[in-house]
Design a protein around this ligand. Structure first.
Ligand code: HEC
Ligand code: HEC
Ligand code: HEC
Ligand code: HEC
Ligand code: HEC
Ligand code: HEC
Length: 268
């Protein structure tokens, strides 16, 4: 892109979306080889997004706030000022930790777990699960995961009761707390301590070990303690992504119950 066009780009960005759409698109499109149609598609997605309703516009992500430099392909740092917790937690889990350590982004080619062949070179960042222009959280919660993950457990989700109920609810604007997606278990919603604010913990490693953590943070929002423990410690049921009620009975549960009773807990 020539300097002249860059300066113009930055100027228009600074006057907001209207400026961008009226003046800039045809110019940048030519300069960058992006078709006008593509940019129009992006604007259409954005116009219907939660961001547009909250006055988060093109320049919120595409303009470096201090230097006013244009950023063509923003990364997680562009989200940080508004979504600090999501960025922080993302960087702590397997998905984001390479970025935290200054390495190249995680790709499926680096994985031990089975991954979709076609996704080998996809780089992990905020925009990998979120189409950043539509920020549709339904797509992010299941479909995005399955563009990469290809193990038995992941593939079995779709036909589980959780999965069927989730698919049925797709006409809602966003997944609600009574649905179970991949993200419900692996990117759990958490309350900011001492407040009513709930956010999505983006650390995908957080809930895996020990598995009790997922029982308390996730399952017990809907199922009883016994049902939850008996399900989650059954490796076959995990593999089948919980496609049937639990059949095993954990004796240690008796011990947990006795302990809670002794401590004066009300759990039964
Ligand atoms: C929430 C932040 C955010 C907002 C708001 C946003 N963008 Fe983007 N945009 C991004 C990110 C992140 C990328 C990089 C995507 C990638 O690398 O695949 C991007 C990529 C692009 C690209 C590069 C082409 C492409 O498809 O990768 C264009 C053009 C673009 N955005 C235009 C716009 C326009 C026009 C608006 C306003 C209508 C807008 N963006 C609003 C974050 C945003
Ligand atoms: C200037 C502040 C700002 C920036 C920068 C920003 N966002 Fe947002 N984002 C918001 C606001 C405000 C909302 C609406 C919050 C709400 O409804 O609670 C939102 C909502 C969202 C949602 C939820 C959408 C929904 O339907 O509930 C996602 C996902 C999201 N942003 C992702 C991103 C990503 C990814 C980036 C960086 C590429 C980004 N945002 C950059 C302010 C921002
Ligand atoms: C592995 C996929 C994935 C990645 C990577 C990802 N997200 Fe998300 N994000 C989701 C899903 C799924 C939801 C919705 C979960 C739900 O509704 O329970 C979500 C929800 C959100 C929300 C709205 C809900 C909230 O309060 O947290 C914001 C904001 C958000 N993400 C920002 C980001 C940012 C910023 C990044 C990059 C640091 C990012 N996401 C990376 C999958 C992802
Ligand atoms: C761009 C591809 C991609 C997408 C999209 C993606 N993942 Fe991953 N995920 C990976 C890779 C690669 C790994 C590392 C696997 C390995 O090391 O064997 C991983 C690891 C994981 C792990 C294991 C974490 C650990 O600490 O062992 C979980 C759980 C996970 N992903 C869940 C999800 C969920 C849920 C979604 C959707 C909300 C999702 N992933 C979206 C590529 C992806
Ligand atoms: C009801 C909760 C639940 C749902 C829904 C769910 N998972 Fe899991 N997932 C688990 C549990 C429990 C484990 C086993 C954790 C362990 O091995 O300790 C697991 C393991 C994984 C692992 C392997 C981690 C490893 O290192 O071996 C990946 C990857 C994964 N899930 C991805 C997904 C994806 C993708 C979806 C949606 C298509 C999904 N999960 C849906 C609960 C769930
Ligand atoms: C948001 C609520 C919710 C959460 C959280 C939740 N579930 Fe469920 N679960 C349901 C609903 C609803 C059903 C379907 C019940 C029915 O149809 O009888 C279900 C069904 C099941 C079934 C039986 C499937 C079948 O085919 O009969 C198992 C096993 C199960 N869940 C285990 C878990 C485990 C383990 C967790 C935590 C990792 C968990 N669930 C988290 C709501 C939830």
């Amino acid at each position: 892109m020539s300097d002249r066009i860059k300066k113009l780009f930055v100027f228009v960005l600074s006057i907001g979306f209207l400026g961008w759409s009226l003046l800039l698109f045809p110019l940048t499109a030519r300069a960058d080889g992006l078709s006008e149609k593509h940019i129009e598609e992006i604007s259409n997605l954005w116009q219907k997004s939660a961001h547009a309703f909250a006055d988060v516009n093109c320049s919120s992500c595409h303009l470096e706030p201090e230097t006013k430099q244009l950023i063509i392909a923003p990364n997680h740092e562009s989200c940080q000022s508004c979504h600090e917790r999501q960025v922080e937690t993302f960087l702590l889990g397997k998905h984001g930790i390479r970025l935290q350590e200054g390495l190249s982004p995680l790709t499926p080619a680096m994985a031990h777990l089975p991954m979709k062949e076609a996704a080998s070179d996809r780089q992990m960042n905020c925009n990998t699960c979120h189409d950043v222009h539509s920020v549709n959280t339904f797509t992010a919660s299941v479909n995005s995961c399955l563009t990469c993950h290809n193990d038995t457990h992941s593939l079995n989700y779709v036909k589980s009761k959780h999965g069927l109920l989730f698919t049925e609810a797709k006409l809602l604007p966003a997944p609600t707390a009574d649905l179970v997606s991949c993200a419900t278990c692996h990117l759990p919603r958490q309350r900011v301590e001492g407040t009513k604010t709930v956010f999505v913990n983006h650390n995908n490693t957080y809930n895996l070990l020990p598995r009790d953590r997922m029982v308390k943070d996730v399952c017990m929002n809907c199922h009883g303690m016994e049902y939850s423990y008996n399900s989650i410690f059954d490796d076959e049921l995990v593999k089948a992504n919980f496609d049937a009620p639990p059949t095993q009975y954990l004796e240690t549960l008796e011990m947990v119950k006795a302990f809670e009773k002794k401590r004066g807990g009300t759990e039964d």
